[in-house]
Design a binder for this molecule. Structure first.
Ligand SMILES: [Mg+2]
Length: 345
C-alpha cells in the first residue's frame, strides 16, 4: 500500500539568474511524497523547464495519473515496473516522472536503511566536485559573483556566456579566480564560426570545456565546432534523452545529462551508460532545483566525470537539505541518513 501527495513550492532565487535566453528570479518546483503502510515517506521534486515544454502547471496536470500508477502497483521496490508504466501513461513530461522516480528511490532506500548510493553499490570516494554557476549579469556583478564564489572556496566555476561582451567576462573571471577550473556554457548562443573563434580565445584563458556552443538542432554546426575548435565540447540542449546520444557521439566530447530531461533515475543511469558506451564523458547537470531533487542526483556522482549540481545553492532558501556539498564537493560519505538524504529544513 502506498499513499501519495504533491505540493507546489515557489522559491525565490538568492539573486536573479541569467543565461543567454533570459533571466529567472524564482523557481517553481513540485514536491512529491510517497508514503508506505508503515508511515515511512519518500520525497522527490520536479523542476520543470519551459524550454522543454514543462511548467509547474503541466507537472500538476499529469501527476494524478502518474501517482495512480504508484498507488495501483503499491510496492515501493517495484521501481522499474512503475517507471515503465508511468512512461506508457505520460510519454512526455519528464520532470513530472522524475519527481515520482526520486520519491520512490528515496522510499525504497529508506525501507532498506541505506543511503541511495549504497543501494546502487556505488563508490562514494569517486565523486567529482560540482561546479558553481556564475549567471549572466552586467560585468561588475559577474566579477563580484566570481570573487565571492572563489573566496568562499568554490574552485570549479561554470560561467554563462552568449553575449556581446563574452571576452570581457572571461578576462574578469580569470582576474578574480586565477586558480579556478573554469568551464563555460553558451546556451546555444553562438554561430559555429563564432564558437570556433571563442574556443581559441577561451583556451588561452585555460577554460576546461565549452557547453552547448550552437543551437540544439544544429548538429552540423556542432560537428563544425568539434572538428575545428580548440576545446572539448559538451552537449546539453542537444542531448535531452538517451536516444539523442548516438546522434551526437561523433560531434561532442561530453554529454550533459539532467534528471529533469531524462524522466527518472533509472533512465538517467541508462543514459549515463549509453553515453559511456559511445565513448563520451558524462556530466550531470540540473535545473534550479530544491534539494528534494538535487540530493538524488548527488547519488549518481560516482558514475560521472563532471557534476553541475548547484541548483539548490542558487536558491535564497531551500526548504530541503540534501547531501553535504562543502564548496561543491559531493560528500556522500558524510551523509548520515538513509534514502537520498533530503529532509525538510
Ligand atoms: Mg547548459
Amino acid at each position: 500500500m502506498l499513499a501519495t501527495e504533491f505540493e507546489r513550492v515557489s522559491m525565490p532565487l538568492a539573486e536573479p539568474f541569467g543565461i543567454a535566453r533570459g533571466v529567472q528570479t524564482e523557481a517553481e518546483n513540485v514536491v512529491v511524497r510517497v508514503e508506505d503502510e508503515g508511515g515511512m515517506t519518500g520525497v522527490g521534486a520536479a523542476a520543470p523547464s519551459s524550454h522543454y515544454g514543462e511548467t509547474a502547471d503541466t507537472v500538476e496536470a499529469v501527476l494524478p495519473d502518474l501517482l495512480s500508477v504508484v498507488e495501483e502497483v503499491g510496492d515501493a521496490h517495484a521501481i522499474d515496473r512503475i517507471e515503465r508504466e508511468m512512461a506508457e501513461t505520460v510519454r512526455r513530461n519528464p520532470a513530472a516522472r522524475t519527481a515520482v522516480s526520486i520519491a520512490l528511490h528515496d522510499l525504497a532506500a529508506k525501507r532498506l536503511g541505506v543511503p541511495l548510493y549504497r543501494l546502487w553499490g556505488l563508490d562514494p570516494s569517486r565523486t567529482p566536485t560540482s561546479s558553481y554557476t556564475v549567471g549572466l549579469a552586467d560585468l561588475d556583478t559577474m566579477r563580484e559573483k566570481t570573487r565571492e564564489a572563489y573566496e568562499a572556496g568554490y574552485d570549479v566555476l561554470k560561467v554563462k556566456l552568449g553575449t556581446d561582451r563574452d571576452r570581457a567576462i572571461i578576462e574578469a573571471v580569470r582576474d578574480e579566480a586565477p586558480g579556478a577550473t573554469v568551464r563555460v556554457d553558451a546556451n546555444e548562443a553562438w554561430t559555429p564560426r563564432e564558437a570556433v573563434e571563442m574556443t581559441e580565445f577561451l583556451a588561452d584563458f585555460g577554460v576546461e570545456f565549452v557547453e552547448q556552443p550552437v543551437p540544439a538542432e544544429d548538429r552540423e554546426g556542432l560537428k563544425f565546432v568539434y572538428d575545428r575548435g580548440a576545446l572539448p565540447i559538451a552537449a546539453d540542449e542537444s542531448c535531452v534523452t538517451a536516444d539523442d546520444i548516438p546522434h551526437i557521439a561523433d560531434r561532442v566530447d561530453i554529454a550533459n545529462l539532467k534528471l529533469m530531461k531524462c524522466g527518472g533515475l533509472t533512465e538517467a543511469k541508462r543514459a549515463i551508460h549509453a553515453a559511456r558506451a559511445h565513448g563520451l564523458e558524462v556530466m550531470l547537470g540540473c535545473m534550479i532545483e530544491t534539494n528534494a531533487a538535487i540530493a538524488a542526483g548527488c547519488h549518481l556522482a560516482p558514475l560521472l566525470d563532471y557534476a553541475d549540481l548547484d541548483g539548490s545553492l542558487l536558491l535564497a532558501d531551500d526548504p530541503y537539505e540534501g547531501v553535504p556539498m562543502p564548496n561543491g564537493g559531493i560528500d556522500l560519505d558524510a551523509l548520515d541518513r538513509p534514502g537520498t538524504g533530503a529532509v525538510e529544513t
